[in-house]
Design a protein around this ligand. Structure first.
Ligand SMILES: [Zn+2]
Length: 285
């Protein structure tokens, strides 16, 4: 199967029609690679904006495009999308982070009342792939240019922050870090509802008791001696989490334990923190 790596440029603005902000696509770019990672095609198309009546200064500075240029040289979104669909149909679709997918769906919803990208059956997020393959820890998003620099890819002659140029840089990063079996584990079945449920799910903090947490199972280890401590009273909703006073059964040390929860699409992440330490004598440290 061939790979299509795409990138979008967009301009954020308010739409009266949907009474919400939307990132309106102004350019679609993509490159196609075969299984031997040879470049076998490229796609580039400016899209005429119909929601926004100007480009924000940050978009103008980043892309070097003007409203005049995208209006005059751009094609209607439906036409550009249909050309892109023909270019990418049957391929594994990839992009640098999922934000291009979110933006494409938002534009398809606006123009075509679609909630999915119908032709996209397989998708991989190359930002996540490259982040992991570079052995980077933490959750900080890896910038495309930062990745190219880490991989010693010369991007001087490639137009940055333009859809085709960024697709090309993404493809070069993928080529440098290509490991077929590893990449396959990043390819998601994007024809299924769950893909979009996950995409549009936003992490939130749990601030009241719910089915996703078990406050009775919470314990703290004494910061002084390490013994397991039980709460003096119930954990109460406090400080965007839950807090209670704890006392150490071994050394008598007492402290406030705070626990907070983040709900993700299919998991709950718990963070525990000792926020205040009170000695048995009542003095505060
Ligand atoms: Zn203790």
């Amino acid at each position: 199967m061939d790979y299509v790596i795409f990138d979008l440029e967009w301009n954020g603005c308010f739409s009266k029609k949907i009474n919400a902000y939307i990132n309106e696509i102004i350019e679609i770019g993509a490159v196609k690679l075969n299984e031997d990672l040879e470049f076998i095609g490229k796609f580039s198309c400016l899209v005429r904006p119909v929601i926004c009546r100007n480009l924000s200064s940050s978009v103008r500075e980043l892309t070097m495009l003007t409203y005049d240029e995208v209006s005059k040289r751009g094609v209607p979104f439906d036409y550009g999308y249909s050309k892109f669909r023909k270019f990418a149909d049957g391929c594994i679709i990839m992009s640098w982070s999922m934000s291009d997918i979110e933006t494409l769906v938002a534009n398809l919803r606006f123009h075509k009342k679609l909630e999915t990208i119908p032709f996209m059956k397989n998708y991989a997020d190359l930002q996540q792939y490259c982040h992991d393959m570079l052995g980077l820890s933490g959750t900080n998003a890896l910038g495309l240019q930062a990745a190219a620099d880490l991989l010693a890819i010369d991007t001087e002659d490639i137009p940055h922050h333009r859809a085709l140029g960024d697709s090309m840089i993404t493809a070069l990063c993928m080529k440098k870090l290509y490991h077929r079996a590893a990449l396959e584990t990043y390819v998601q079945k994007s024809s299924e509802r769950e893909f979009y449920d996950r995409l549009f799910f936003h992490t939130y903090s749990i601030e009241e008791d719910s089915e996703f947490i078990d406050l009775e199972a919470v314990f703290f280890n004494c910061p002084e001696c390490g013994a397991r401590c039980n709460a003096r009273g119930e954990l109460k909703a406090k400080l965007k989490g839950f807090a209670a006073e704890y006392e150490c059964p071994r050394c008598g040390n007492s402290f406030i334990g705070r626990v907070s929860y983040k709900r993700k699409y299919d998991s709950t992440v718990m963070t525990k923190k000792v926020i205040k330490q009170v000695h048995a004598s009542g003095e505060t440290e």
